[in-house]
Design a protein around this ligand. Structure first.
Ligand code: BES
Ligand code: ZN
Ligand code: ZN
Length: 492
């Protein structure tokens, strides 16, 4: 799907379908001027038909009177309820309709500032359209229908042109993350992710990639990654991607992502039901790939390090066991209570490594860490735990703009006490099911000494599940959650 922005006069625009928005209860199509009395009348009738209700679409034939073959009218709902996400949502509906009809292209008239900030609106149009036409069909003979091209009709001011370009890059980066995350576990191993990182960074002057393999992980003391990875024939990796967009003296932001290419639970084996979904246990790491890709293409003037610990958690003769005591990269020891609580072990190593090696300004991690987070918040909101209010607020602001929702959970020493062990510095599980999302975060907090840190538990939002709210821009499978959120936070 190609995206272009243009300020063509509507009565001259040649397109398969010219698309405009309507606010509920109004008679006017935003930005659509008179197209001649016959078309105007047909449009008026059509407007009263749908009433501008959110997501409702009607189509008017232009009878060859203007170059546009049809006019599509899409409801935005009530004016005081319109947000950026409304536009993202409706733009997605329009795009899906255009594809259903097999159209070659569609032109969307951007709403003006009286409806929503114009620059944000064009970004939402682009994101909504591109992400809604995503399909993971590389393993199917019958592919999804071809995506129509998008024309955004708006004034070609530098701000608008930049916004469209950025949104296009960001949407492609979300798609990059989804494509990786949707891969089945027989195709996507830690080694394959390492190779993907190398390819992503190749020939990019601002990107450098390092992949640490099994022997070196052991030698350098990555006890968590090594232990979790030791039960699988697919060896563990620690993937590090450095982006330099600013002077070397500027401290980087470190972004860590959990990439368990398949989580069986290990010796503490998971039940069989829905175990296939544990191919999505790599979604945090895949989001980091998408973030690095976006930051590089956007050429953001900052330094960033993406760190992705990757393992496959399997049961077998070589697996780590409940009862084992391991030593993490940061120097603390952990008693293993449950081998299914593997994410915190590999993340702890990566977080400590990030802090020691890079002295970051801030560290953020993304992980499909706990089922408890789904119990607490459901499948439309990510859980956030942070040691720093300023950082947490920045992420909450980014969340409001991107509609990648997060809700902050508390943390204090009582939770840290819940992971104390009798035989080691800590244990990899709290007390029963109590506050499972927070005790997991408490384990991570122990891996960081002083850096402002925020942890995002994306277990509920990383892919579409039964209770996931239907949004056209999140078709079934991996959502790429975190790419838009973190790129927004990094752009602030
Ligand atoms: N990858 C899972 C968490 C998960 C479960 C994500 C379901 C998405 C959907 C994680 O490694 C895990 O198994 N966590 C355990 C921790 C427990 C053993 C302390 C959990 O949440 O049950
Ligand atoms: Zn697990
Ligand atoms: Zn897991």
């Amino acid at each position: 799907m190609r995206v272009t922005v243009e300020s063509t006069e509507l009565s001259k625009k040649k397109t398969s379908v010219l698309c405009g928005f309507i606010v509920e209860g109004t008679k006017r199509v935003i930005g659509l001027d008179s197209m001649g009395s016959e078309i105007d009348r047909a449009v008026r009738d059509s407007v009263s038909e749908t009433g501008g209700k959110l997501g409702k679409i009607s189509i008017v034939n232009t009878m060859g009177k203007i170059p546009a073959e049809r006019i599509l009218l899409a409801g935005l709902g009530k004016k005081d309820k319109i947000t950026g996400d409304t536009i993202r949502f409706v733009s997605g509906k329009i795009a899906q309709r255009a594809r259903e009809f097999g159209l070659a292209n569609f032109a969307v008239i951007a709403p003006d500032d009286s409806i929503y900030d114009k620059v944000s609106a064009v970004s939402c149009i682009v994101e909504g359209a591109k992400l809604s036409l995503y399909a993971f069909d590389q393993f199917k003979k019958k592919k999804a229908e071809k995506s129509p091209d998008l024309f955004v009709i708006a004034s070609k001011s530098p701000g608008i042109v930049r916004a469209v370009k950025s949104a296009d890059i960001i949407a492609d980066s979300v798609i990059f993350a989804r494509d990786l995350a949707n891969l089945p576990p027989n195709e996507c191993s830690p080694d394959m992710l390492g190779k993907t990182a190398k390819k992503l960074c190749a020939k990019k002057s601002r990107l450098r990639c390092k992949v640490i393999e099994k022997a070196e992980l052991k030698k350098e003391g990555f006890g968590g990654i090594f232990a979790v990875g030791q039960g699988s024939r697919n060896e563990p990796r620690l993937i590090v991607m450095e982006y330099s967009g600013a002077d070397k003296s500027k401290r980087p932001v470190v972004i860590v992502g959990k990439a368990v290419t398949f989580d069986t639970g290990g010796i503490s084996l998971k039940p069989g039901e829905k175990m296939d979904e544990m191919k999505f246990d790599k979604c945090g790491g895949c989001a980091v790939f998408g973030i690095i890709r976006a930051v590089e293409e956007l050429k953001l003037p900052i330094n960033i390090v993406g760190i992705v610990p990757s393992v496959e958690n399997m049961p077998g003769g070589g697996s780590y066991r409940p009862g084992d005591i391991i030593k993490l990269y940061g120097g603390k020891t952990a008693e293993i209570i449950n081998t299914d609580a593997e994410g915190r072990l590999i993340l702890a190593d990566a977080l400590s490594y990030g802090e020691k090696r890079y002295s970051p300004k801030e560290t953020v991690d993304l992980a499909t860490l706990t089922g408890a987070c789904i119990v607490a918040l459901g499948t439309n909101v990510a859980g956030m735990v942070s040691s720093n209010d300023r950082l947490a607020d920045k992420i909450i602001n980014a969340s409001k703009r991107t509609a990648e929702d997060v809700w902050r959970l508390p943390i204090n020493d009582d939770y840290i006490d819940m992971i104390k062990s009798d035989v080691a510095d800590m244990k990899n599980m709290g007390i029963g099911r109590a506050a499972g999302a927070i005790t997991a975060a408490a384990f991570l907090k122990n891996a960081i000494e002083k850096t402002p840190w925020a942890h995002l538990d994306i277990a509920g939002v990383a892919w579409t599940q039964a209770a996931t709210k239907k949004r056209p821009y999140n078709p079934s499978g991996a959502t790429g959650f975190g790419v838009r959120l973190i790129v927004d936070y990094l752009s602030q």
